[in-house]
Design a protein around this ligand. Structure first.
Ligand code: NAD
Length: 361
């Protein structure tokens, strides 16, 4: 039996790191039927869009995808493919683990936390009004009438919707994920004192939901205080539950705590579909040089294997990643070495066998 999986190589270092992940996933012995779908800058000229419908159709068929990073051109009016994918497929939960790893020296050697980020609402919902556009004048007028608030005539606007429905499902997801992952405490980050009706709602709904999960601890911390505490004592945190924007920012921060973006894996999950991708972007500064660290994408692949029910293969990939890092023979430049993307992928694939055979039955 083989698994149908959509593979989106992406832009910049995307094709290099997804090739590396594919090599390792195939080395586990689990069989894949890859449906390769280009998206992003690479197809814009050819197809007039960065996210062709065929990509969404492929994921609706396969229900699961491995995705490389995709460039979002700044200021061109193109909607981010990443945001669009999450919204079109209702991938409402981003799951981004940050764990200290052997052989990767950091100031905090005992970090083991997971960021659960709401993925569809908040300032990333895409409700925007451009400076000087006629609709923006209409919004200014409406806001003046409804609240007496005078928005400056030269302002652009981005709206921050946070709903009860959207919050309730991510909060439940966070508690259920905590329980399934053997975790004991959820910490919610917010700025409810300032944004009372968006962050305030997120906090109120979460507090209410938390009472239904007495076996898991719950606390809330203002997002600025949380950032400071993460820098000082990250090992004290277990599950971080965050609205979209804070989740985006703090997941990079947490990646930095355990060795950088080259190591940070992620999943975007909904009721029906799952898209696995590294936290990092397309890294145009190193694209095509063979210097990208593939471990974030390989580890995202391990999460994909677990999602497919291939637990022993997932465990084997994670053990192989740890042993390659502990061994320290093939660090890529971001980890202070000179190894290439392919060197590292091959080392992980070889370590799979040293770690013992994978039972993919
Ligand atoms: P980035 O994550 O691409 O790069 C930030 C820094 O980290 C760069 O110095 C880069 O070289 C380094 N880096 C990233 N991944 C690495 C890896 N695997 N190995 C070694 N070094 C690595 O962030 P950016 O430069 O802000 O964004 C570049 C583009 O990627 C933008 O267009 C952005 O919108 C897009 N982006 C896409 C996604 C996604 O597809 N999910 C996520 C973030 C950013």
């Amino acid at each position: 039996m083989s698994y149908l999986v959509t593979l989106i190589p992406g832009d910049g270092i995307g094709p290099e790191v997804t090739d590396a992940a594919r090599l390792v996933l195939e080395a586990t012995g689990v069989r894949f039927d890859w449906d390769v779908q280009d998206a992003g800058a690479a197809v814009l000229e050819r197809e007039g869009t960065t996210l062709p419908e065929r990509v969404l159709e492929s994921i609706r068929r396969s229900r699961v995808a491995l995705k490389g990073p995709i460039t979002t051109p700044i200021g061109t009016g193109f909607r981010s493919v990443n945001v669009a994918l999450r919204q079109e497929l209702d991938l409402f939960a981003a799951v981004r683990p940050s764990r200290s790893l052997p052989g990767v020296t950091t100031p905090h050697p005992a970090v083991d936390l997971v960021v659960i980020r709401e993925n569809t609402e908040d300032l990333y919902a895409g409700i925007e009004f451009e400076r000087d556009a006629p609709e923006t004048a209409g919004m200014r007028e409406t806001l003046r009438r409804l609240s007496g608030f005078e928005v400056p005539a030269d302002a652009g606007l981005t709206v921050k919707p946070i709903s009860v429905y959207g919050t309730r499902r991510i909060v439940r997801f966070a508690f259920e994920h905590a329980r399934a992952d053997g975790r004991t405490r959820v910490t919610l980050g917010h700025k409810a004192g300032i944004m009372r009706f968006s962050d305030g709602l997120f906090l109120d709904v979460a507090r209410e939901e938390a009472t239904a999960h007495p076996d898991i601890g719950f606390e809330d911390v203002q997002i600025d205080t949380l950032s400071m505490r993460l820098a000082r004592e990250p090992e004290r945190f277990d599950v971080l539950l965050l609205p979209n924007l804070y989740g985006d920012i703090l997941s990079d921060l947490c990646a930095g705590l355990v060795g950088g973006l080259g190591l940070a894996a992620g999943a975007n999950l909904g009721w029906e579909y799952a898209v696995f991708e590294p936290v990092h972007g397309s890294a145009p500064d190193i694209a095509g040089t063979g210097r990208a660290n593939p471990l974030a994408t390989i580890s995202s692949g391990a999460m994909l294997l677990r999602h497919l029910g291939e637990r022993s293969a997932a465990d084997a990939v994670e053990a192989a990643v740890r042993s390659v890092l502990a061994d320290g023979r093939v660090p890529t430049p971001d980890l202070g070495g000179r190894a290439s993307t392919t060197d590292m992928a091959e080392a992980v694939a070889s370590a799979l066998f040293l770690e013992g055979p994978v039972d993919s039955s």
